[in-house]
Write a protein that binds this ligand. Structure first.
Ligand code: XMP
Length: 508
């Protein structure tokens, strides 16, 4: 394994993820971990993450410097390099911050830079820089950063000022691969079944004799998380599905059938009327999300109380949170701005149960792979992501029963045609949204004045950025024709060509 020591970086998780992608297990440890604790794990290498602090600042996170003397290769990234600078040389504040893409002049194409070109694009984000480092050779520099990469081949200590873990550093994966295999001699033996075993053991160790309650949504994340928890603790898991009325057409029956098969203790709650009533007259997106979030908790708590009476050992709340959820909800940083309140993340705040989130460090592709391993039906695994508030945030503005009905029909046509054409699995997510405006049209010989529906399909890796999907024109035409003909109430269909950023995937 490789360990990643975290100095408060937003992307420490990304480093660990990249290493796992290389087939090597990796774990993130806090900066105050002792060298003895590291040695116990017998890692093949250590990576020091970046971080927002300045090494000389009061209260800046430091690492026990004995880690450099363990005879385990170390790669310092950004702040991690500066910690080496502090020990072996000098770090200075550059006054100007260097942020964004930079051209790296590669001075040697061996070691961690094996296979690189003489010039490579890297991504920088720093204010301080190392200006001197004893015993190290400078192996890369950029126009504004002379010490952009260093190596001490004897002691196997390496440092880069840029971030190899982000996609904008084009040779990033190559550098991490060189470090993991070339330098650390790590073995490619991390796979999904190991991950499954580790997670199951962690859940068992945490839950012990207690029981777990969990709200599951019909989507990939919560289903895989629940299946994993069930594998760990068997029938001590209780799964609740709440139908808030904003799920896709026909979905309730599908979900109920699949879950009854999958879970030993499954409870299905229909609260659709309640949600619709409370949203009457509300058109502000954040307010809609808040109402749905609160009501969801209320309904869930009521069911939870019922279950807790029968099962007094319920002490944990299982959640299907995955890593990008936490990033988008600004959970991973005090400074990141909050874009939307994702109700799956805010859910536990009011509850007294201890939260257990087995997938919190994983990205969607790992979750899918894990789900496949563990026997989650393919129909659930291939499902597009679907927001917690569901179609409520796709009927833009005020929700009425009528508008919701129009949207459900349009959405069902879009999804059906996507599946039929084979395009469904090629896109990350596809949706229809009902705009709160009517436009004029003509049908037969008569004037119509009806709603506009917008189709949106995006390609993405993790929903953090997305591109609009270049769906075939014939498919779009078929969907448009069918919607206008089959959904009384919609007379215009548009296709959304906005990338994220600046647009978000959802409309509210
Ligand atoms: P945005 O619209 O922020 O969406 O680009 C990014 C991804 O998150 C999904 N999404 C949600 N998922 N609860 C969720 O579980 C929510 O409240 C929520 N809001 C948005 C969205 O569908 C997309 O996949």
């Amino acid at each position: 394994m490789l360990v990643v020591i975290n100095f408060g970086s937003q992307v420490a998780h990304l480093i660990a993820r990249r290493i796992r992608q290389l087939g090597v297990y990796s774990e993130i440890l806090p900066h105050d971990v002792s060298p003895e604790a590291i040695q116990k794990l017998r890692p093949a290498g250590i990576i020091l993450s970046g971080g927002p602090a300045s090494v000389y600042e009061e209260g800046a996170p430091h690492v026990d410097e004995r880690i450099f003397e363990l005879s385990i290769p170390v790669l310092g990234i950004c702040y991690g390099l500066q910690l080496m600078g502090q020990k072996y040389g000098k770090v200075e504040n550059k006054q100007v911050k260097e942020f964004g893409k930079a051209a790296l002049q590669v001075k040697q194409t061996t070691g961690i830079f094996k296979g690189l070109k003489k010039e490579e694009q890297v991504w920088m984000s720093h204010g301080d820089a190392v200006t001197a480092l004893k015993g190290f050779e400078v192996i890369g520099s950029t126009p504004s950063c002379a010490v952009a990469a260093v190596a001490d081949e004897k002691r196997k200590l390496y440092g880069v000022q840029f971030h190899p873990e982000v996609a904008h550093t084009l040779p990033g994966m190559k550098i991490l691969e060189n470090f993991a295999f070339g330098i650390c001699k790590a073995e490619k033996d991390f796979n999904i079944s190991d991950m499954r075993k580790t997670l199951v053991k962690e859940i068992r160790d945490e839950v012990k004799e207690k029981e777990v309650l969990m709200a599951i949504s019909g989507g990939v994340d919560s289903t895989v998380a629940a299946t994993l928890i069930q594998e760990a603790i068997g029938d001590k898991l209780h799964c609740v599905f709440i139908d808030h009325g904003f799920i896709r057409e026909g979905e309730k029956a599908e979900v109920d059938a699949a879950y009854r098969k999958l879970f030993k203790n499954y409870y299905s709650v229909d609260a659709s009327e309640l949600f619709l009533k409370q949203l009457e007259g509300v058109s502000d997106p954040e307010q809609k999300r808040k109402i749905i979030g609160h009501l969801f908790i209320e309904v869930f708590e009521k069911k939870a109380k019922e279950l807790e009476k029968e099962h007094p050992d319920i002490a944990f709340l299982g959640q299907g949170t995955i890593y990008p959820d936490r990033v988008e909800s600004a959970q991973t940083s005090k400074t990141a701005s909050k874009i939307k309140s994702h109700h799956n993340v805010t859910l536990p705040e009011k509850m007294k149960l201890k939260v257990i989130e087995p997938l919190k460090d994983f990205y969607k592709d790992d979750v899918r792979a894990l789900g496949k391993q563990i026997g989650v039906p393919a129909a659930i695994l291939s499902r597009h992501p679907f927001p917690g508030p569901g179609l409520a945030i796709r009927v833009l503005g005020e929700i009425t029963r009528e508008k919701l009905g129009f949207l459900k029909k349009a959405d069902a046509i879009f999804i059906e045609e996507l599946k039929r054409s084979g395009e469904y699995d090629k896109v990350w997510q596809a949706l229809a949204a009902l705009f709160p405006v009517k436009t004029v049209g003509v049908m037969g010989d008569a004037r119509t004045y009806q709603y506009v529906v917008s189709l949106r399909a995006v390609t993405s890796i993790d929903a953090m950025t997305a591109d609009w999907a270049k769906l075939p024109y014939e498919l779009l035409e078929r969907v448009s024709t069918r919607i206008v003909n089959e959904v009384k109430g919609i007379n215009r269909v548009v296709y959304d060509l906005t990338q994220k950023p600046p647009g978000t995937i959802e409309y509210e």
